[in-house]
Design a protein around this ligand. Structure first.
Ligand code: ADP
Length: 192
């Protein structure tokens, strides 16, 4: 394992593209000595996005669980507002909204390389839910969305970027989105 040349997968989501944050997101990675080794704007298909996000029940329940805990925190009744307080059912609903959101505008996909790229990029991106993300992170600085607001509007939380969570997930997502096309480059930055 080479931690200096670890690669991770990042997508700028529709809200990031539509807020004009493509350059900002890229520069936040570059400022931290991370290297962009592949970059492309594209329009995803519904099937691609559906296959990108996990389909196992554990992942889907965790997604619904985030809605549940935010609703509990703010004294909202998920059953009354969304028809159920079952984490799996809520997760399936949220996953559907997520797919709709991800195909609502072109995305920017990239491979980012560098020291602990997976963890570094997640740190720079910030926590999943923007209203809880630290200031100084992409999600904390450019979004204030929360499940309580998003789910009331029957949509996914808009949080600017997607970034792989583990090196295994990064490998899988890079292969999934870039496949065998020779568009991942090998070069040295000044000073490397
Ligand atoms: P991350 O993108 O940080 O890895 P997850 O894998 O948990 O986060 O969730 C995938 C995406 O689903 C999030 O980035 C966000 O856009 C959306 N999302 C997560 N939780 C919720 C929720 N409770 N309600 C609506 N959308 C959500």
């Amino acid at each position: 394992m080479n931690f200096k040349q670890e690669k991770t997968y990042v997508m700028i989501k529709p809200d990031g593209v539509k807020k004009g944050l493509i350059g900002e997101v890229i520069s936040r990675f570059e400022q931290r000595d991370l290297k962009i080794v592949a970059l492309e704007m594209f329009m995803p298909t519904r099937t691609e996005i559906d296959n990108h996000y996990p389909k196992d029940e554990a992942w889907i329940s965790r997604l619904g669980g985030k809605t549940l805990s935010t609703y509990e925190k703010y004294g909202l009744d998920a059953k009354k507002e969304l028809g159920t307080n079952d984490a799996l059912k809520l997760g399936k609903m949220v996953r559907g909204w997520l797919v709709d959101y991800m195909i609502s505008a072109p995305l920017v996909r990239m491979v980012v390389e560098g020291v602990h790229a997976v963890d570094m990029v997640r740190k720079i991106a910030g926590a999943t839910l923007p209203f809880l993300a630290d200031m100084g992170t992409i999600r904390g600085d450019f979004s204030n969305d929360s499940p309580a607001v998003a789910n009331a509007e029957k949509r996914a939380v808009m949080n600017i970027v997607h970034a792989s969570e583990t090196p295994e997930e990064a490998k899988h997502e890079i292969e999934f989105w870039f496949g065998k096309r020779k568009v991942i480059f090998d070069y040295k930055r000044m000073g490397e």
